[in-house]
Design a protein around this ligand. Structure first.
Ligand code: ADE
Length: 350
């Protein structure tokens, strides 16, 4: 059966099975509980109120952006706010058109079908999805060759919520069938701190404000990472202290995790070092970087790069990735011979 929670363990930022359950405990259930993403919430609230008034399912929604920012969480909030049932699956889990047909025919009016990693659907599956999304019809071809017959089945009126880390990888006809498209943004450090405080409350863990601020400053502006760090620091507090998370304890725990003061871990620092040491700061192609670091290309593109781009440590150029003066400074290195790349007076001050 294609309905399941897909848990990938190929990349650092993906939740494993344990963490997945932990995330579910902490997951907000309503827009009021959901911290951050205000623009998205405002738009979705409007769409949901309108569709409830019309007694129709909400338009299909596409959520995109880096991993860990709450796409799945937002999908379950939408379902909850619509009083709808949600089915969760993913692009790679729907291998054949028949898998999708079985999912769709088992839906009920008003249900939400959440498809994570929707950019990984195969072409033949995507084609079945087009008419399903547009007309709530399922086109089935029976048999092959000249005797093949096609059938059109009515489907319940449902909503697809698709999630992807890359809209670019989505076929245009599929993208065009989503009435609502939204990018999830990185969170502010203040919102990340609020999420940590809320999670600590749910976990019945005492945490000092200054300690939650420190964890927040190292969480890469990403709730999933914030909650993961909180969990590790809580373990540390239970083993090495009295369970209360204060500043010195948070600092020691984060040191043990090798997370530096801006949230970079050894994999980030390795990426920056490789670009500097092997390629004079870049530009260098992502495939070359993957070969040197031993990471998958998708790990670099989906998990490492977005935050490094966000904080201005990396630049994407047509010829590849380039390290910025700010990143040089952070790793304590100096650009060798890049007159045009020398830091601006503002950057010198950073
Ligand atoms: N836990 C994970 N993400 C959250 C969010 N955006 N708001 C509240 N709690 C969360």
């Amino acid at each position: 059966m294609a309905i399941d929670r897909i848990v990938q363990q190929t990349a650092d930022d993906q939740p494993d099975a344990n963490e997945d359950q932990f995330e579910q405990t902490l997951r907000p259930r309503t827009f009021d509980e959901y911290i951050g993403q205000d623009r998205l919430k405002k738009n979705l609230r409007l769409a949901i109120t309108a569709s409830k008034k019309r007694e129709e399912p909400v338009d299909h929604v596409l959520l995109y952006g880096p991993p860990g920012l709450g796409k799945t969480t937002m999908a379950s909030v939408i379902a909850n706010e619509m009083n709808a049932q949600i089915r969760i699956t993913s692009g790679p889990a729907i291998g054949r058109a028949a898998d999708l047909a079985s999912l769709l025919t088992n839906l009920q009016d008003g249900d939400i079908l959440f498809i994570d990693e929707i950019h990984r659907l195969g072409r033949s599956v995507e084609e079945v999805l087009y008419s399903a999304m547009e007309d709530f019809k399922l086109d089935i071809v029976l048999g092959k060759g000249p005797s093949a017959k096609s059938l059109r089945l009515d489907l319940p009126r449902f909503t697809i919520i698709g999630a992807t880390t890359r809209t670019g990888a989505l076929a245009a006809p599929l993208r065009d069938r989503f009435g609502i498209m939204h990018r999830l943004e990185f969170y502010t450090p203040e919102d990340i701190q609020k999420i940590i405080t809320r999670s600590a409350q749910i976990l019945e863990t005492e945490i000092h404000d200054a300690a939650s601020e420190i964890i927040a400053s190292r969480a890469r502006l990403t709730p999933r990472i914030a909650n993961r760090l909180l969990k590790r620091v809580r373990d540390y507090a239970d083993v090495n202290g009295d369970g209360i998370i204060d500043t010195p304890l948070a600092q020691s725990a984060l040191k043990l995790l090798e997370i530096d003061e801006i949230g970079l871990d050894p994999a980030d620092r390795q990426l920056i070092d490789v670009i500097i040491d092997h390629h004079g700061g870049g530009p260098v192609g992502v495939e070359t970087l993957a070969a040197i670091t031993g990471d998958e290309r998708s790990t670099i593109e989906d998990f490492l790069e977005p935050y490094l781009l966000q904080i201005g440590f990396l630049e994407r150029t047509p010829r590849g990735r380039k390290v910025t003066p700010r990143a040089y400074k952070h790793v304590g290195k100096k650009p060798k011979h890049q007159a045009s790349d020398s830091p601006s007076p503002q950057e010198e001050l950073l």
